[in-house]
Design a protein. Structure first.
Lengths: 172, 300
């Protein structure tokens, strides 16, 4: 079964098997919770975010992008200790915006992927912290040096990861 | 039914999804925070078997690596190994001694001796939190193993945290370094009390200690038992930084347990209420407060 990806404009969209989307998302969540046990520094990675971004960029369908982001975010919330919905909202917005960007600008070039991934990482953390402040009354710093490092690391991982995921695309 | 124009469908969907999640968050604020939500139960139920399998696989790979690949050069190393036999014999004696010491440490400050009725369960760490902002991890023991919420989790080195959520075959442990974590503590030797709180980084903070008190770098920090969760006099950590603050001192403590490299932990299968007998303290045994675990005396 093919995952749906349509846009109103004539731009190239990429399709994936539904099992590929689900499998990659579940694998990302598993790795996200498993890797830091053996490599504590892997905690700065946000693989579920990268997966949300990738499928958003590729499918270029805001509806499917936001739904995928929501599901991945809610699963991530469920596997953590935070209130359920924090990552859900942040990744819903990321999925929606990534899909929208994907249909307007070039997201295939590695430099573009680095810049967009880093920018979306900051955006994601900003939304997360904002929700914590506004809805839960928990005050977190909006920016810290470690956040910048994490954004850079995630962007670099995205450059390696995205071409691997490109292989899952169905032939157009 | 509300008719939504096609081009605005995704915006409408986005609004609906966001509002639904905000309501979900609002609902959680009103609910009892200790209530395990169904989605969390499902997610952990789905993921835990894979994590168990992953842990098992990695332990096997490690075993294979050390047991086979490291032996590729056995022939070349054989001579050197032969020469080391004598040294290893000596080392073996030392290891036996250390193993005995390990057993003593495992009793954690004579706790088991003082409380033979309090069982401990050894658990393996199978995953950490997928939420990068919280310091939690999952262990392979759950409700069916007798694990209950708020049970203390320790290692022979010191306090690790407490059971935060319990599932069928797994439990979530809240580390003492988590921002929402807290425990009653005191300074060995001076017995100055102050709660320990996590700050989200690898260190913890000792709070509400007056500027008039004397606190020195290197002092041992022990549990006070005041929190009704952790038994008295378990090692928490060592003071690494002391600053005068307003109105209290700012005391940074390095946790005694190696929280970034946890593979096995012990869960004390008890409620603090069950502890009635005082445990002989490290400070009683060692006024300087050093090597608390090793120097505690057993009350006869």
């Amino acid at each position: 079964m093919a995952a749906y990806a349509r846009t109103e404009t004539h731009i190239e969209v990429h399709k994936f098997h539904l099992w590929a989307v689900v499998g990659v998302a579940v694998a990302a969540l598993l790795i996200q919770s498993f890797l830091p046990v053996y490599f504590p520094r892997a905690r700065m990675l946000d693989l579920p975010l990268l997966i949300t971004l990738y499928f958003g960029f590729s499918q270029r369908n805001p509806s499917s992008g936001l739904l995928l982001g929501m599901m991945i975010g809610l699963m991530q919330d469920s596997l953590g200790r935070s209130a359920i919905g924090l990552y859900g909202i942040a990744k819903t917005l990321v999925g929606y915006l990534a899909s929208s960007f994907g249909s307007r600008i070039d997201v295939e070039h590695p430099l573009s992927r680095i810049g967009l991934t880093a920018a979306f990482y900051f955006f994601h953390q900003g939304v997360y912290n904002l929700i914590q402040r506004v809805l839960l009354g928990q005050h977190e710093n909006f920016f810290s040096p470690s956040l910048g490092i994490a954004a850079g690391v995630n962007a670099l991982v995205a450059v390696v990861l995205f071409p691997l995921l490109d292989r899952l695309r169905l032939p157009s | 039914m509300l008719a939504v124009p096609g081009r605005h469908r995704s915006v409408a969907l986005l609004t609906f999804v966001l509002v639904a999640q905000v309501l979900l968050l609002a609902g959680q604020i009103r609910q009892d925070e200790h209530q395990v939500r169904l989605i969390r139960l499902w997610a952990v139920g789905i993921v835990t078997p894979f994590e168990r399998a992953g842990t098992w696989t990695i332990s096997k790979i490690r075993g294979t690596w050390s047991g086979y690949f490291d032996l590729v050069h056995t022939k070349q190393e054989n001579g050197a190994l032969q020469a080391e036999v004598n040294r290893l014999r000596v080392q073996n004696t030392q290891l036996l001694s250390q193993a005995a010491e390990g057993q003593r440490l495992a009793t954690l400050l004579g706790f088991r001796d003082s409380h033979p009725d309090v069982p401990m369960a050894v658990a393996r760490v199978i995953a950490s939190s997928a939420d990068g902002s919280s310091h939690t991890f999952y262990i392979n023991r759950g409700e069916k193993d007798g694990i209950r919420r708020n049970m203390p989790v320790i290692t022979p080195d010191g306090v690790v945290g407490k059971i935060f959520e319990v599932f069928g075959g797994a439990s979530e442990v809240l580390l003492i370094t988590d921002k929402d974590s807290g425990l009653g503590a005191l300074l060995a030797g001076t017995r100055i009390q102050g709660p320990i709180g996590g700050s989200g980084d690898p260190f913890v903070q000792m709070k509400y200690v007056s500027n008039d008190e004397t606190v020195t770098v290197g002092q041992e920090v022990l549990t006070s038992g005041e929190d009704r969760i952790f038994p008295k006099d378990l090692p928490v950590g060592t003071v690494t930084e002391v600053k005068s603050g307003s109105p209290f001192k700012q005391i940074r403590v390095q946790p005694a347990a190696h929280l970034d490299r946890l593979e096995e932990v012990m869960v004390l299968l008890m409620k603090q209420e069950s502890i009635t007998k005082p445990v002989s303290t490290a400070s009683d045994a060692a006024p300087g407060g050093t090597s608390a675990a090793a120097t505690v005396k057993r009350e006869e």
